[in-house]
Each structure stands twice: as C-alpha cells, then as structure tokens.
Design a protein around this ligand. Sequence first.
Ligand SMILES: NC(=O)C1=CN([C@@H]2O[C@H](COP(=O)(O)OP(=O)(O)OC[C@H]3O[C@@H](n4cnc5c(N)ncnc54)[C@H](O)[C@@H]3O)[C@@H](O)[C@H]2O)C=CC1
Ligand SMILES: O=P(O)(O)OC[C@H]1O[C@](O)(CO)[C@@H](O)[C@@H]1O
Length: 387
Amino acid sequence: MKAVHFGGGNIGRGFIGLLLSQSGYEVTFVDVDQELVRLLQERKQYSVVYAGDQQQTFTVDHVTAIHGSDQSRVAEAIASADLVTTAVGVNVLQHIAGTIAAGIASRLEQGGSPLVIIACENAIGGSTQLQSLVYGHLTEQQQAEASRMAFFPDAAVDRIVPLQQHEDRLKVLVEPYYEWVVDRSSLPYNHIEIPGVHYADQLLPYIERKLFTVNTGHCCAAYHGYLRGFDTIQEVMKQPSIVAQVEGALRETGSALIAQYGFNAEEHARYIQKILERFRNPHLTDEVVRVGRSPIRKLSPNDRLVRPALAAFERGIETPYLARAMAAALLFDYQDDPEAVQIQQALSRDGISSAVTKFTALAENHPLHAAVREAYETLKTERSDRV
Ligand SMILES: NC(=O)C1=CN([C@@H]2O[C@H](COP(=O)(O)OP(=O)(O)OC[C@H]3O[C@@H](n4cnc5c(N)ncnc54)[C@H](O)[C@@H]3O)[C@@H](O)[C@H]2O)C=CC1
Ligand SMILES: O=P(O)(O)OC[C@H]1O[C@](O)(CO)[C@@H](O)[C@@H]1O
C-alpha cells in the first residue's frame, strides 16, 4: 500500500510516517525542505526513538520524498496512492491544496478510484478545511466527481514531538504515547482501517477533549513559563505556581467538556493528570517557544483558549485561568515568531482593548474581553516588577 504524506517534519516522520510504515505502507513524503527531501531520497529510511528509560528505536524504511514544488510528480504519486495524509500546520494547508487537487484530477482521469485524505493537524475540522481549499482548485464537474471518490475524514492527533537536535538530521525522538482518532462517518464503506488508529463515529468530543486539554494545558505552561523566563516545559512543570495556572485552566476546560459531552468527571481528572505527566517527561527537552509558537492561531476563536472559554461562559462557568492564559499569550513577545511580533506591533499601535478584539474576536462588551484586559495589565505589571 502506498501513502503520500505532506510534511516530513516532527509529526510527519515521528508519528504518521512511523505508524503508516508499521501498518505496511510505503510512504512518500512531500516537503519543501530541500535537505530533508534529499536525505529521505538518498537513505530511504530513518529512525524514531522513544523518549523513555529504554530508548526503544524503530527503523522506518521503504520511504522516499518529493519536493513540494514538483507538482506533477506529487500529483502522479497521489494518483496512484491508497492514502494521503498531512502534518504541515493548519495554516499551510492552503499552500498544498492546489497540488492535492492536481492529484485528484489526475486520478479522476485514470478512473477515479476512492482516495482517503486525512489532515493530521491541531485544528477542529482540519480535513474539512482542506477539502474546501482543494475544491477551490477544481472545476464544478471535477468537484461533483471528487465528491464521490475523495473522502476527507477529520482527525485528532496526539503525540508530543519536540524540536529535534541530533547529528542525524532524519532521526526523531518522540514520546511513547500516541493517539490518532479518525472520523469513521466520513470514510467509504470498504476503507481498510489502519492498525493503531482509533475510528470514532463522532469525532468532535475527541478532538475537543484533546485540543482543550493537551493543547490548552501545554500552551498555558508555555506562555506563563515564557513570562517567567523559563526555556523548557520540563523546567516550567517544576514550578508549582505555574502548574497551578495550568491545572486551573484545565479545570475550566474540563468543566465545559463534561457539561457539553457528559464525560465522566473522575476519568477526566485522571486524563488531566496523565497529560501533566506527559508534559514533565524528563527524557524530552521541549522549548517553551515551540509550544507557544503561532500565538495568533492559538488565540483565534476556534482554537484552544477562546473556544473552550466561550463554551464555559455559555454554561455559566467562570474562566479566570483561561483569561490569564490569553493575556499571557498576548505578552509572548518572542522575536523569532512572526505571529508574536505581529501581536506586539498591534499592541503598541492600537492598545490592549483593540488587540483583544482583533486576535480573539471577543466583542468589547463581552465579560471575557474585560477579564483578558485586566489579566494582561496584572501580568504586565508583575513582569516589570520582576525585572
Ligand atoms: N509536534 C507536535 O508535538 C505536534 C504537532 N501537531 C501538529 O502537526 C502539524 C505539524 O507539526 P510539526 O510536525 O511539529 O511541525 P514541523 O515544523 O516539524 O513540520 C512541518 C513540516 O511541514 C513542511 N512544510 C511546510 N510547508 C510545506 C509545504 N508547502 N509543502 C510541504 N511541506 C511543507 C516543513 O518543511 C516541515 O518539515 C501541525 O499542525 C501541528 O499543530 C499535532 C500534534 C503534536
Ligand atoms: O502547532 P501546535 O498546535 O503548537 O502543535 C504542537 C502541540 O501539539 C502537541 O504535540 C500536543 O498534541 C504539543 O506538543 C504541542 O503543544
């Protein structure tokens, strides 16, 4: 079986590529990193190491790569693939949609056998977003035909894979834990299930539980940790006062999730503790600037901070910790992150009130808007008092 995977980065090689290879797929990575593509083409294999006491190592072989700019070769690979997956970042989906559309067009010309396309990104409805971007590159007739042969099930992916710093450029160190959940209701009846993937009839509870626990908790740790001058999540998780912020935010998202989906409260509390242990993994070194990356995306209304806060608000649940995490995100002034720079520019040009509206889409008269503004002023003062 053949898979084409867009994005040979940390999740691409360390999670999706590994699992697909273990399930018998030959994986062709598509990436825009020339050196990465060259090495994958040359070696046709790489290793994945589990960050644990044993440092278990897996060889992922029968892999190759194509540079993303070579649209015709990628389209050809898609035309004969059994599966297409992505892990490029949700904002990059728009840049690969044209190539996927070309692959679908070519497949239609060759008879149009069914194709499953799964976006493995940290976003609600990632594959659905990709589908609409791909359809933007197809004619009406192609869209009608594609709707019968191309399937875009949404998915939730969970595995912590930090930035990699090994002599071997292809090697990836990953946490042993993983979860990949795919929406079964959007799959063709004869889809061959991938071992290790959990198929759910309703994805939304899974993706929201994951995004509003793992990702909300992780970014709270990152933003509060950054403000206090820590470099890694492992250091941050040794600070009781920051862990209290993370736990507070996860109590808030947890209350909203339990109210919304009826999760068992005790089980959810155990789920939270397990995730905090994963953040602490002493075998990983995870930089706060990686976990806090792209603050505009993380502050956007459908993402890990605002969406659960609004869900909580609708149910009468107070969210002071989530408001503080949003304020900390607005104070994330890391110079090498273009989104952080954009936020700082907006703050100094237009002030906090306008920035909260711009980045969170919360109306100025919404109580959460005021809570974020107040938390911002408090955190800002605390930070300057420390310097
Ligand atoms: N790293 C992690 O722990 C997790 C990440 N994710 C999600 O997985 C996705 C990927 O994240 P990472 O692997 O960490 O990022 P990464 O930066 O390590 O990998 C992204 C890869 O995509 C490639 N890329 C960029 N533009 C491209 C294009 N136009 N065509 C083809 N390839 C392109 C990059 O060169 C890079 O190799 C993101 O959506 C992230 O939110 C989800 C769960 C965990
Ligand atoms: O691009 P994002 O959304 O920050 O993705 C990375 C996040 O995903 C995670 O792997 C959790 O799934 C965390 O490591 C990190 O917070």
